[in-house]
Design a protein around this ligand. Structure first.
Ligand SMILES: [Zn+2]
Ligand SMILES: [Zn+2]
Length: 927
């Protein structure tokens, strides 16, 4: 076997593919249900099967993978359970678009063939995201990959539906629901996006029925729906309208007489204080309709077009608005009202309208029979579990969001009028429900206004009064009348219904599996705040209901990934950063490290490419450190163990071992508390700014053998052991590069993946030596600063004098003399108790030591003085310019916050530079 070496240059692409395959082939991500180790489990938030990796997935899965790898190294049997969501509406839309391109549609295919077609699409094109997650390094147990529409998970869905129905927690009812007239389906409240828009408020005259001279003025933003009005409402204490309560008005454009009601929901300040009540087209009015027993008159069909035969309507009006879409109908109705003198005025008015979260079509409140889950009885346990800390939400601030929603929860509309999903296991007996089932034309036939309506477009409509037969298997006959003529409910379940069961359905429920008893409740859920309601809350309810225990001990909620300016990434803004492009350009490890380093709790990630570039440099640094180590360690010496050389540790060795312990403790504590950014930053600071910047420099002479064989061996052993621990510390964050280096380092001893190594434990500390080394480093730093301020050429060795009152400090400086001489480039160092001040010397105090550098002969004083003064003037001008800008109120009002902050930081920077220059000047003047 030829000896593997680290390539000269770090090339992420080559090593990432190699190690991903190695991990997969050796099944290193597998959980072991028979393991004696303690379990640690997570379920992945299942990405949509239509999905492609975006920044949200990348952050979410990087954080989960860090936990999974960390816990494995900490000695846990880790189950990270992956899978995808069938994503009802989203997937159906993808396939419908394809059909559209083929000049076909789902109605032409019919339900069965359409669903087959979606399955075919899923087999061929679905699940791209799974490979993208693998590329990210996600160490899921891929042998357990799940899909919400699989046979097993569908069985769990069926079981939950039937049990809830049997307990009276699922029911069917006709209510006003959010309806997307394009997707032709109901949506739950949280699937509606609200958007501020400018519309108009119309003032319309409604005449009093028995006194046509008198009238009420009603203000409305939706005049077209007046054709479905069934009352006028005023506030009971509104003196303006008291006298009309109980009277009737004539609804314009129709022959309908409707009552004037008193209802405390009316806002006296809004419009005229008299409002129309349209129970079939407005949510508040629907409730008012229930309170007052009003008729529900629907005027739109499912595509938001005017229905045929609106009750009581004027035939000419009907003809003019027949089959118009809602917004066209509004124009027409306003036109007619104006013509007939009913419209008093219209004024500009801003109000929120709801849009479909999938297709952005304006939502219509729509009266239709739907299935609901009664939330009240199952929400209580879910609230209590968080109150009692059985499930902990991190950061804690999100608890309030959870409680607010849970305490105000409404019944959950779970039926969707699409074909791709879990079809509701309910049937109807045609005979027993003969007045409740009737045929309607399919929407396609109507929109084409064609004569040749196909049979396929005729659907059966089942009213909410029909009595369903809910069953685990298809019923052969009606249990009441034994008729064999039964039909199945057309609706499918909301996608989130199956996702709500994810933590236990994926582990084999309703069977009592070993997986469930070992891994449920899961340890941690990592998710974004945008799906707390859609998903987290519902998993809590379902888990408690069906498993009698919470689905997870901890829920870690992470923030959003935004662009560098803090803007939300969106296609329309063109500021989307594609994770795949980033991984190609900088490597997966650099990308993962960036996400972790920026994932501070409660703060959005502002992703700037410079940051990723910076962490790519960090990966290069790790690579070069490993190469340096390999080059300085001969084969025979690799085996020297830390324990064998313990007695010859130098000050620097003891210092770096103590600093390593601190980094291990900080990183461990941060990971245990979901402070991913602190974990990343502490590992970064240690490896770059302590190990590479200092320790490697401090031991170079040792490694060259300048201080004898024993020192050489010891330095080699310590460097190797610190590097090994650093790699383990870094592995959960940057798995690929650490595995590659590990394999090269250890090929001569053992060939085991770094994944299977224990996470490093902190060893013995040397607090005294740490303090001493810090003092010596302070002196070196001070000397280096002084050199640069005085513009002393880097290659020039200088003399220095150090004064200290304390004998111990002087002794320390003596013992650190070699370090100081080497790193501060001194030709001589004199250490003594304070004596006379050397002539023409620059001076600085560091760590209680007074340091002098005689400058005679090193620099030209006059020239140096001029140079420093000139620079100082330049800096002062810069400061004045920025400060002038910052005192301009106009600028402050208009400039983006980031720009102002940047300018303020610049002033700070210049001020620091100025005081440095002044120190330098003082040194020259004071000679
Ligand atoms: Zn839609
Ligand atoms: Zn029957």
């Amino acid at each position: 076997m030829t000896e593997a070496k680290l390539d000269k240059v770090y090339n992420p692409k080559a090593i990432e593919e190699k190690w991903l395959n190695y991990w997969l082939e050796n099944e290193l991500f597998r959980a072991d249900v028979d393991s004696k180790k303690p379990p640690f489990s997570m379920v992945i938030p299942p990405p949509n099967v239509t999905g492609s990796l975006h920044m949200g997935h990348a952050l979410n899965n990087t954080l989960q993978d860090i936990l999974a790898r960390y816990k494995r190294m900490k000695g846990f049997d880790v189950l990270w359970l992956p899978g995808t969501d069938h994503a009802g509406i989203a997937t159906q839309n993808v396939v419908e678009k394809k059909l559209h391109a083929e000049k076909s549609d789902r109605h032409k295919l019919g339900r069965e063939i359409f669903v087959e077609r979606v399955w075919k699409w899923k087999e061929e094109s679905g699940g791209i995201i799974i490979n993208q997650l693998k590329r990210l390094g996600a160490s899921c147990d891929w042998s357990r990959e799940q899909f919400t529409m699989s046979q097993e998970l569908s069985r769990a869905v069926l079981e939950v539906f039937v049990r809830l129905y049997e307990e009276g927690l699922i029911y069917r009812d006709e209510r006003l629901i959010n309806w997307c007239p394009r997707c032709l389906t109901a949506l739950s409240d949280i699937e509606v996006e609200h958007e501020e828009t400018s519309g108009k408020l119309y003032h319309i005259r409604y005449h009093i029925a028995d006194n046509p001279k008198a009238f009420l003025t009603v203000a409305t933003t939706r005049p077209e729906t007046m054709l479905g009005d069934s009352a006028i409402a005023v506030h009971p204490d509104d003196e303006r309208y008291n006298k009309y309560i109980g009277k009737e008005v004539l609804l314009p454009l129709t022959g309908r007489r409707i009552p004037v009601l008193a209802d405390a929901m009316v806002d006296r300040e809004f419009g005229t204080g008299a409002v129309k009540i349209t129970p079939a087209h407005d949510f508040n009015d629907f409730e008012a309709g229930l309170r007052h027993g009003l008729k529900r008159i629907a005027i739109f069909n499912e595509r938001a077009h005017i229905k045929a035969n609106i009750p009581d309507i004027n035939p000419e009006v009907m003809e003019e608005i027949s089959d118009l879409h809602a917004h066209k109908a509004r124009e027409k109705v306003i036109h007619i009202l104006k013509e007939k003198g009913f419209l008093i005025k219209s004024e500009d008015h801003k109000h929120a309208i709801g849009k479909c979260y999938r297709c952005k079509t304006v939502i219509e409140p729509y009266l239709s029979p739907q299935w609901y889950v009664k939330a009240g009885p199952i929400v209580k346990e879910a609230i209590r579990a968080v109150e009692e800390g059985r499930t902990r939400i991190v950061p804690q601030g999100w608890e309030n969001t959870y409680f607010d929603w849970m305490r105000n929860i409404k019944d959950w509309c779970i039926s969707r009028q699409i074909w791709w999903g879990h079809q509701i296991p309910a049937w109807y007996c045609i005979k027993c429900n003969k007045d409740e089932i009737y045929e309607i034309e399919g929407s396609e036939a109507r929109s084409q206004k064609s004569e040749e309506k196909q049979k396929i477009n005729v659907e059966r409509f089942v009213s909410a009064k029909a009595k369903p037969i809910v069953s685990r298997t298809e019923p052969k006959e009606c249990p009441v009348c034994k008729s064999k003529e039964i039909i199945r409910d057309n609706d499918v379940l909301d996608t989130w219904f199956s996702s709500a069961l994810w933590p236990f359905s994926t582990m084999g429920w309703p069977e009592k599996t070993r997986e469930l008893s070992r891994y449920y409740p899961t340890s941690t859920l990592v998710t974004g705040f945008d799906i707390i309601f859609f998903w987290v809350a519902r998993m809590m309810m379902m888990g408690l209901k069906f498993m009698n225990d919470v689905p997870f001990r901890d829920v870690y909620i992470h923030a959003l990934v935004r662009d560098a300016e803090g803007q939300k990434m969106s296609k329309s803004k063109g500021n989307v950063i594609d994770p795949l492009v980033i991984m190609d350009k900088y490597g997966t490890d650099a990308f993962r490290f960036t996400l972790a380093a920026m994932a501070a709790q409660g703060r959005d990630v502002k992703l700037a490419e410079e940051r990723i570039e910076g962490y790519r440099n960090f990966c290069n640094k790790i690579w070069n450190l490993a190469r340096f180590t390999l080059m300085n360690i001969e084969e025979s010496e690799v085996r020297s163990q830390k324990s064998e050389v313990k007695n010859s540790y130098s000050l620097a060795d003891k210092w770096i071992l103590t600093r390593l312990n601190a980094a291990i403790k900080e990183t461990t504590e941060a990971l245990e508390n979901y402070r991913f950014n602190d974990a990343a930053n502490s590992a970064y600071q240690f490896v770059w700014h302590e190990l590479c910047d200092w320790y490697v420099e401090l031991i170079k002479a040792d490694l060259r053998g300048e201080r004898g064989d024993e020192r050489k061996r010891t330095a080699q052993a310590v460097l190797l052991s610190v590097l090994k621990d650093s790699l383990k510390l870094l592995h959960p964050l940057v798995p690929f590069i650490t595995e590659e280096i590990w394999s090269v380092l250890l090929q001569r001893t053992e060939l085991r993946s770094i994944m299977q190594q224990p996470f490093p434990d902190a060893g013995a500390d040397y607090p005294d030596e740490e303090k001493d080394m810090t003092c010596i480093m302070d002196v070196i730093r001070a000397l280096r600063n002084l050199r640069s301020e005085m513009n002393i050429p880097p290659a020039l060795n200088i003399e220095a004098v150090c004064y200290s009152n304390e004998g111990a400090v002087r002794k320390l400086l003596e013992s650190g003399r070699e370090y100081i001489n080497m790193l501060a480039r001194l030709s001589s160092l004199k250490v003594s108790a304070p004596a006379g001040r050397p002539e023409n010397a620059a001076t600085v105090i560091a760590g209680g030591v007074e340091i002098f550098v005689p400058l005679e002969g090193l620099i030209n004083f006059e020239e140096e003085k001029r140079k420093l003064e000139k620079e100082r003037e330049k800096v002062i001008k810069e400061i004045e310019a920025v400060q002038k800008k910052l005192s301009n109120e106009d600028f402050l009002a208009r400039a983006p916050k980031e720009v102002i902050e940047k300018d303020r930081a610049r002033v700070e920077e210049f001020l620091q530079k100025k005081s440095k220059l002044e120190e330098g000047l003082a040194r020259i003047k004071g000679r």
